[in-house]
Write a protein of this length. Structure first.
Ligand code: GLN
Length: 249
C-alpha cells in the first residue's frame, strides 16, 4: 500500500554532526518506511540553512567538541527542531547530538557550553580513558525488549536528570558512564550508540518510526540484519571473555 502523505526526515547538520556513519540512520528510516509502502523524504539541513519546524523526524549525529558548539549556536538561532519537538516530532540524537540536547556540556578543555535543554541531561568529561568500542545494552522495557548494540567513541559522561529516563542499561561498554546509556523524554531520544544505531537495531528504528507515523508498523523479516546482530553480540561476548581472562592473570 502507498500512503498519500510523505514522512519527512531531517538530517540535522550532517556537515558537522555525522561521525561514524550516523547519517546512515536517515537512509535506514527511509528504506524501512518505503518497504512498507510509505513515502519518505530525507531533508539535509546543513549549517547556514534554516531548520524547518514542519518535519516528522529529526536526526543528529556525533561530532567533536568544536562541532558541538557550532551546532548549538546554529540550532539556537534556528529553533525549528525544538519547536517541532514541542508538538511531538521525533528526535534521535547520537553521542555529541545527545550531549547538545542537554542543558550543558563541558569539553576536555574544562569549558562548559550551553546546550539546547531539550533533554534533562548534563555532560562532563569522564575521568577514565576515552570510551571506544562496542556497546551492548538492554533498553527500558517500557520501550523495547530487543537488546541494543552499537559502537561508542566519546570522552563525555552524561547524567540523566529527573525529567528524563535512561534509554537502557549497559551490559558491555561505557554509555553514560554510570551503568546506563542515553536518555529519553517523550519522543526525544539520545544514545551513545553509533553504528549506525538504526541499522543495527531494527526494533528501535521501528519504535521511533511508529511514533512518527502514528501507528504500529508490521514487522519486516530481513535475515541479514539478524545475522549482523548475532555477529556483533558474539564479538562483544568474545571481548567480555577476554577481559575476564586479563583480569584473572
Ligand atoms: N565530543 C564528544 C565526546 O568526546 C562526542 C564524541 C562523539 O560524538 N563521538 O564526548
Amino acid at each position: 500500500m502507498v500512503r498519500d502523505s510523505v514522512v519527512r526526515i531531517g538530517l540535522v547538520l550532517p556537515d558537522v554532526l555525522g561521525t561514524y556513519g550516523d547519517s546512515g540512520n536517515a537512509t535506514v528510516l527511509r528504506k524501512r518506511l518505503e518497504w512498507r509502502g510509505y513515502r519518505a523524504e530525507i531533508v539535509d539541513l546543513a549549517v547556514g540553512e534554516t531548520v524547518p519546524n514542519s518535519l516528522d523526524f529529526y536526526l543528529l549525529g556525533g561530532g567533536e567538541d568544536r562541532a558541538q558548539t557550532l551546532a548549538v549556536a546554529h540550532l539556537t538561532a534556528n529553533p525549528g527542531m525544538q519547536e517541532a519537538a514541542s508538538r511531538g516530532a521525533v528526535v534521535l540524537a547520537i553521542c555529541a547530538g545527545l550531549q547538545i540536547l542537554g542543558h550543558d556540556f563541558t569539553g576536555t578543555d574544562g569549558v562548559t557550553h550551553r546546550g539546547l535543554s531539550l533533554l534533562d541531561v548534563r555532560t562532563t568529561p569522564g575521568t577514565a580513558a576515552r570510551a571506544v568500542g562496542e556497546l551492548l545494552t538492554t533498553p527500558d522495557p517500557a520501550l523495547l525488549t530487543a537488546t541494543m548494540t552499537g559502537f561508542e567513541n566519546h570522552q563525555g559522561h552524561t547524567k540523566v536528570g529527573p525529567n528524563a529516563k535512561p534509554l537502557s542499561k549497559v551490559v558491555y561498554g561505557t554509555g553514560n558512564g554510570d551503568g546506563a546509556d542515553g536518555a529519553y523524554a517523550g519522543r526525544v531520544v539520545g544514545t551513545y550508540m553509533h553504528g549506525p544505531v538504526l541499522a543495527r537495531n531494527p526494533a528501535f528504528a521501528d519504535l521511533l518510526l511508529s511514533w512518527a507515523v502514528g501507528e504500529p508498523l508490521a514487522p519486516l523479516d530481513i535475515p541479514v540484519i539478524e545475522k549482523l546482530r548475532d555477529e556483533r553480540k558474539r564479538a562483544v561476548q568474545a571481548l567480555a571473555n577476554r577481559r575476564k581472562r586479563l583480569l584473572r592473570f
